[in-house]
Design a protein. Structure first.
Length: 211
């Protein structure tokens, strides 16, 4: 542990292995930023804090990112783009059956939010740290994700596969429920990530009144 300018201890991480290789400088900075911002919040974290956690100098950070805001924007944008990509792929593979399509959406959303809990929690809590126009652009992408759920639930309702009288509210409730797993799941707990996803598939179908 080493002291920072703010007096908070920050651990040096050094090179971070990613998929069996040494991480790039940008990857090290992003990983360190998620760690520190998850602990102290975006506004409670300085560029020096991030650099020290990454084992780099502030100058090295500025070689990759123009500002702390640029770091946050990159984390948030990469996260939502990855989620959108996985969700679209899952829908394309799910076929035409509304319950199967909803199961596919739920599995992707739950497993994504459990893959990197600190990163996804940061993405949920620190939208307020984004400046315009980045904030509006990010929120628009979140709406794209919500609309995929909306479309599946609405279609299922029209086809009488779902009996809910409130498809829009049900769709939003499913997304909020699936996003929230990152705030409480513990890998040492009794259920695996896949088991949680399976249970949430059942809960989502119950919520929409699946026939």
């Amino acid at each position: 542990m080493i002291p920072t300018h703010s007096g908070r201890p920050v651990r040096r991480t050094g090179p971070i292995p990613i998929a069996g290789r040494r991480a790039t400088g940008e990857e090290i900075i992003l990983a360190a930023s998620i760690e520190v911002m998850s602990e102290h919040g975006y506004h409670g974290t300085s560029v020096r804090d991030i650099a020290e956690r990454a084992g780099l100098s502030p100058a090295a950070l500025y070689h990759h990112f123009s500002s702390k805001h640029d770091v946050l924007a990159t984390i948030m944008d990469r996260g939502i783009e990855e989620l959108l990509s996985r969700t679209r792929t899952a829908l394309q593979s799910a076929g035409d059956d509304p319950p199967d399509r909803l199961r596919a959406l739920v599995a992707v959303h739950v497993l994504f939010h459990l893959e990197d809990q600190r990163g996804t929690l940061l993405g949920t809590s620190e939208v307020r740290g984004l400046e315009e126009p980045v904030r509006s652009e990010h929120l628009a992408k979140r709406q794209q994700q919500q609309r995929m759920f909306d479309g599946v639930v609405s279609d299922g309702t029209q086809r009488r596969a779902f009996r809910t009288e409130y498809p829009q509210e049900a769709s939003r409730a499913v997304v909020v429920m699936c996003t929230g797993v990152a705030s409480w799941y513990h890998p040492e707990g009794p259920l695996t990530r896949e088991e949680i996803a399976q249970r949430y598939q059942v809960l989502a179908l119950d919520l929409v009144g699946a026939a």
